[in-house]
Structures are given as structure tokens and as C-alpha cells.
Write a protein that binds this ligand. Sequence first.
Ligand code: WQD
Length: 335
Amino acid sequence: MAVLLTGGAGFIGSHTAVEIINKGYDVVIADNLYNADASVIDRIEAITGKRPAFYQIDVADKDRVRAMFESEDIDAVIHFAGYKAVGESVEKPLDYYRNNIDTALTVLEVMKEYNCRKFIFSSSATVYGTSDKVPFVETAEELGCTNPYGWTKFMIEQILKDTAKAHPALSVVLLRYFNPIGAHESGMIGEKPNGIPNNLMPYITQTAAGIRAQLSVFGNDYPTHDGTGVRDYIHVVDLAKGHVAAYEYSLKNEGCEVFNLGTGIGYSVLDIVKAFEKANGVPVPYVIAERRAGDIATCYASTDKAAEKLGWKAEKSIEDMCRDAWNWEQGEWSK
Ligand code: WQD
């Protein structure tokens, strides 16, 4: 039996593949390489000593997904495949709704044909929208998003809740990520943004490396301890281990459950800049710029439910995240 990771060659997917294999399970990766490269498969093998089966397919292509289910003994799916750039989603909403929802529906329909009953979904804290009720709790009602990317996550969560209701034998786990950063300690897998990074940490590492002249801090007039935006940064390896816990939870439970995957600790932009400089002994020049449209002041997770029901807690420190992110940036594979 194998766990299928759609989008498994990407940043979160590849780290999850490593941890699932390390736990002794077989992995199948399906990825169209839109935002990843095939050498990641070799690197997962180099790290774990075991090569995942790899299908270079678009999981919106039902015939190819069927053929993969025909060839592999797939016991569960962890669904990462999808577009994920917030700003791009505002410019190209139709592409985002078509791609993200089509891929999820296609995989679910083929799972039904093959009686595959475990689905773990890569959701996002973005579904909490502009709520200021922190820490964000999974039972929060007033969910609402500020961009099409977030709405696709919200809509797929709704599709999964309804499907789990109609099929009680299904086990669905919705994982709401906070801000994944860092990289595997080997420096062989990590976050490789296309073009100018949207997210904070890759922008910081490229600034420290001299690729970018300086970091623009998007606003210092938020109602936070130093005026800059506060987020719940979680090491990508901790996040990956959260997926292993979610898969093992799905082996023992039916129905649909939502879990935050965060640390429960909020750090500001300037906290991160200082932690990065301290951990790595390298300067990060920055300027204060205008706020970025759609940003909220503060976002961090309630971690109680994941601790209690998944038996999972993030363990790595902000120093680990900064050190591993810098190690990745300086390595050969981030180029
Ligand atoms: C973090 C903080 C910025 C860049 C997004 C998505 C979320 C998930 C993670 C996909 C904010 C500030 C950033 C920069 C800055 N993506 N910042 N200068 O916006 O919290 O979350 O990425 O799953 O769904 O919403 O992450 O890293 O972009 O920003 O000052 O050059 O850093 O204002 O306060 P965000 P981020």
C-alpha cells in the first residue's frame, strides 16, 4: 500500500515525502512539475534511501490519474497539487478556480472509483480571513478570504466536508498551514520560488545572499509590538511530520476533521530579520515600505487540537528555521 502525494515534488510535498518514507510507508508522487523539478525525486531518494514512484502528470487529467491508480496500490492521498501565489490569484482568478478545484474534484472522483478512502488536504490559515480573534481556532465560524487563492482552499474544504457527510466511510483531514519556512537539514530540498519571492523568508535569504538589494518591510504601523506584521512561522519539517500524524490519524478515524498546523507563537517581520541575522551572522538590509494589500496584522494558531487528537506538536525553534533556510539558500539546489 502507498500514500499518493499530488504535487509531491513541491516545497511542502517533498518534505512530506521524506517524512512519510522515514516512517516506513511507500510513497507515490504525481506532479506536473509546473512549480518543481524532476531532480527532487532523486534528492528524496538520496535523503531516505528509498525512491518514490513518480508520475509526471496533471492530476486534472482523469485518464492519467486512473492509470496511476490502476498501476499503484494507493491507500491514501495527500493533496498538495494547486497554484499557491496569493497575488497571482488576484490577477488570474479563473486559472486558480479552474486548476485548484478541478484537480481536487478529479482526484476525489477517481478515489471513489478505486475505493480509496483517506484524503488529507493541504489547506491554509488564509481561510480565517481578516478575523482578529487570535489565536485562530479550528471551530471559528466567520471564515472568509481576502483573495481567490484563499477562496479555492475554502471551497475545497466545503467540498470535502459535504463529501465526507455523504460517504461516512471516508476519512478526510483538513490541514490549515500557518507560515511554513526553512528547509531539510541536508540542504537538498527547500523552497525555490519562481522569480521575485512573494513570501518573507525566501526574500530574506536572497537579500542576505546579495541577490536582492534589500528587504521591503510591508508596513510598520500595524497594532503589533513593533508595528510590523505578526505571523506563526513553522519549520517545514515539523509541518511534514504533521502530515504523517494526519495520515496515521486517518487510518484509525472516519469523518472529517480540521487541524491547525502551526507553533502557536507569533513573530513580527522585524523579529524574523533579527533572528535570522543572529542565527547566521549575516546582515539583512531593509527599508520600511507601504503595507501590502490584503495583509492582516496578526495571525497565529491555536495548537491544542492537533496536540490532543494528532499527538503532534511543532518542535523546531525560530533559530532552526533561520539556520536551515540559510543553509538551503547557500547550497547548490536553490539555484
Ligand atoms: C509574511 C509577513 C508580510 C514579504 C502567505 C499566504 C499563505 C501561505 C503563506 C501559501 C507579512 C511580510 C512579506 C516581504 C514583508 N501561502 N512581508 N516583505 O502573507 O502571511 O501568507 O504565504 O500557502 O496562504 O497568505 O506570508 O511570507 O508573504 O508574509 O514585509 O517582502 O511578512 O507583510 O506580514 P503571508 P508572507
